[in-house]
Design a protein around this ligand. Structure first.
Ligand code: FAD
Length: 470
């Protein structure tokens, strides 16, 4: 269980850190430490960092990194705390928690937002929608901007406006030696390249500058639910539709279990269902025509696809994925969705071990695919679909069955898997090299050698510096 600070750090040493920062420093002796150790994924609730530092600004981040280096502490960096693999907590080390640094400033004239390194998407959407603006954010609004954007960022606006990382214009970054540097097209451009998909490997981003676009306040969006026996027809229709749909709409098929929501007829609660969820940021009155084929494949259980506020679709599924649920994701990029794969996925859907076992098939393409393969560290862009097996459970004894099922879903992709995956959708901790591919990985290693040669930032999908171990 807990590794207390006593054997490692003296009280006088901790006191130096308390005096050096304006934020809170929590040790195992402080009230609130146990809660501060926890992240969104309850499967990591047993982790006990020696210290959690709740930073209030870049100066606190600099002090925390200096302290960690002097005392040889493992460093976990926390933005929104949604790391499925558990990277934003640790045992015995220090958590540098930016959650208080969640300010968002919008410039409506030159539509951009300046966003604190600990903001979550709900913070951004609230401020930007006041001006009818938005940028690609997460499907759950409590997800952090930082980890999401630095890993890539798959969201409803991506086919129109690119991944979140494609909208990253500049960043302020505290690097491993404690310097605050700027990454932009003109200052340290190679660092900006690495921050666009290379994750938290190169430093702690204290501020993001994001491109905004005219979106909402109303969009054409929402889910259509069908009985599970329509899943095959839905995936066949989705496969064809996905290749032809205009960029303003982004869709996903979710093979899942009907949640007990009032909008779904009660007799379906807890039963296996297939859903299409889509969001169009185009003209509201064109929405119906963009999805008409889905209205004929089967009688829907509930058809909630229509005009709704952008902030509503952005937070619609939040209650289904609360903090503390135990979770595991596994994913792969797909080169296609052949009939055999559709059959395997529909069979695995029926074999799911719990109600929060979801098979997501994301439609890709559009603006995501128009960015060059080497233009950002998010290298693999040609895939038409991303397959993500998402699981959640409450009883720890159910963990193995859920993880095994998610792995079976991804294994089922077989030859349709490109062998590459999006790092933010991986619940395992050692997948960086295969996710990025050799060319991008080598460029990331060169960047790591420059900015973090001793691998201070290693709790992530880690890019190992070439100097590691030497
Ligand atoms: C419920 C849920 C829904 C999700 N939905 C989506 C989705 O729709 N689309 C999608 O693409 N992904 C999604 N994800 C995955 C998500 O993108 C990643 O989990 C992401 O890492 C979360 O970012 P965070 O800041 O909340 O995470 P944290 O756990 O705080 O951080 C994760 C990692 O990011 C890095 N990091 C965090 N903050 C900073 C910082 N300020 N500077 C430098 N590095 C930092 C660190 O390496 C850290 O270990 C979802 C995850 C969950 C749990």
């Amino acid at each position: 269980m807990s590794q207390t600070i006593a054997p490692v750090l003296g009280e006088a040493t901790i006191q130096e850190l308390r005096e050096a920062v304006r934020g809170e420093v929590l040790t195992a002796q402080d009230d609130g430490h146990a809660e501060a150790c926890k992240i969104w994924n309850g499967a990591h609730d047993d982790r006990r960092p020696a210290l959690v530092v709740r930073c209030t600004g870049a100066a606190d981040v600099i002090a925390a990194i200096g302290f960690a280096r002097s005392n040889r502490l493992a460093v976990a960096v926390r933005g929104g705390g949604h790391s499925v693999a558990g990277f934003s907590t640790c045992d015995g080390g220090i958590v540098i928690d930016l959650s208080r640094m969640n300010s968002v400033r919008v410039d409506p004239e030159n539509p951009t937002a300046t966003v604190g390194g600990g903001a979550v998407w709900a913070d951004v959407d609230h401020e930007t929608q006041a001006h009818g603006l938005a940028t690609t954010g997460g499907l759950v609004s409590s997800t952090g901007v930082a980890g999401f954007t630095l890993g890539g960022g798959i969201g409803w606006l991506m086919r129109n406006y690119g991944l979140a990382c494609d909208n990253l214009l500049a960043a302020d970054v505290v690097i491993a030696d404690g310097r605050l540097v700027r990454a932009s097209e003109t200052e340290n451009p190679e660092l900006l390249w690495g921050l666009r998909g290379g994750g938290g490997n190169f430093g702690i981003v204290t501020q993001f500058e994001l491109q905004l676009h005219a979106v909402g306040p109303m969009v054409y969006a929402g889910p259509i639910f069908y009985a599970a026996d329509a899943a095959r027809d839905l995936l066949h229709a989705f496969r064809t539709w996905a290749g032809n749909a205009p960029d303003e709409i982004t869709g996903i098929v979710n093979l899942t279990t009907a949640p007990p929501l009032p909008v779904i007829p009660e007799e379906w609660h807890g039963k296996k269902v297939a859903a299409l969820i889509a969001v169009s940021s185009g003209q509201l009155d064109e929405g119906d025509s963009l999805v008409s084929e889905f209205r004929t494949i089967a009688e829907p259980i509930a058809d909630l696809l229509g005009p709704m506020p952008y902030t509503v679709i952005q937070s619609l599924i939040d209650p289904l994925w609360p903090k503390g649920i135990q979770s595991y994701f596994k994913a792969t990029n797909l080169s296609g969705l052949d009939d055999e794969l559709i059959d395997r996925l529909t069979a695995l859907h029926l074999a799911a071990p719990g109600p929060q076992c979801e098979i997501h098939v994301h439609q890709m393409g559009g603006a995501v695919a128009r960015v060059g393969e080497q233009a950002t560290a998010f290298a693999d862009r040609s895939m038409p679909f991303v397959l993500n097996a998402v699981t959640g459970w409450h009883d720890s004894a159910a963990g193995t069955a859920h993880r095994d099922w998610a792995r079976a879903v991804i294994d089922a992709a077989g030859n349709a898997s490109t062998g590459r995956a999006y790092v933010n959708f991986l619940g395992d901790t050692d997948a960086a090299r295969s996710s990025y591919g050799d060319e991008t990985y080598a460029r990331l290693v060169a960047l790591k050698d420059e900015y973090d040669p001793s691998n201070v930032f290693r709790l992530n999908q880690n890019i190992e510096p070439s100097t590691a171990g030497s």
